[in-house]
Design a protein around this ligand. Sequence first.
Ligand SMILES: *[C@@H]1O[C@H](CO)[C@@H](O)[C@H](O)[C@H]1NC(C)=O
Length: 263
Amino acid sequence: VSFTIWVYITLKLNPEVTCVFSSSCLLPCQFQFDSDPVIHWIYLITGDPHIHSYYSNQDQLGHQDQRFKGRTSLFKDQISRGNASLLLRGVKVQDQGRYQCFTSTTGGNQKSFINLKTETPVSEVSISQEGNRITCSSEGIYPEPELTWSTSPPSNMELQDRPRVQQTEEHSSDVPVSNFTWRFNHSQIILTKTEGETSSRVSEEWRKHVEEVSESGSLTLKDLSSTHEGVYTCEARNKEETIISNIFLRISKFFQRLNKCKM
Ligand SMILES: *[C@@H]1O[C@H](CO)[C@@H](O)[C@H](O)[C@H]1NC(C)=O
């Protein structure tokens, strides 16, 4: 009996929401409405960044984490009905994880949790035949799909090659990297990010040139001149491995996006 109750409680507290990559997604949250509610949506990873807050009858985005900038909204007309659901737009693979909806009214505080998963469903499959070889392929699927071949009616056909599922660059570079360092001409440190820190430390000299550093380690530089032509090195580390990639930058415009540092 106690086992059954435990399962029930787990499911109730941690509902799962599956969001389709790059589309909009609803994170449900219900509360007991009372006048002047406070709503905080928090992403439960290191540092518990704020995603969206609402109090004094308006959105309060002063402490909003950069990663969620311009991608969140509440349904204002629904708040008085006890609906604090959050709309998250442009869902990224990095948005996966656990979220908390915290509400506070004169009647008390309430917390609820959501597990967010992302997926990119199979949208198109192409199949072709060349002699006795049949090729079937599809791209941009996340997470890794299962792949099987069968015939109709069923037969004992033998596959010559085992079906292959290949990880493409775009998704591997979407994976957050815990530690990375960018260097210029093998010596000058541009920036470093170490595990547990929410943002990277940019050196004084490079501060005015660093426009953006993504979660996956991509670096975007701005206001560059010919003195910035040279070799840029990204060293990315996680528990298992270290990957070093060199990029030669030639200045032709005043704005350049460096290649991604893949991990
Ligand atoms: C909360 O509001 C959203 C947007 O109108 C709606 O889609 C959702 O179904 C509502 N949730 C509930 C439980 O009413």
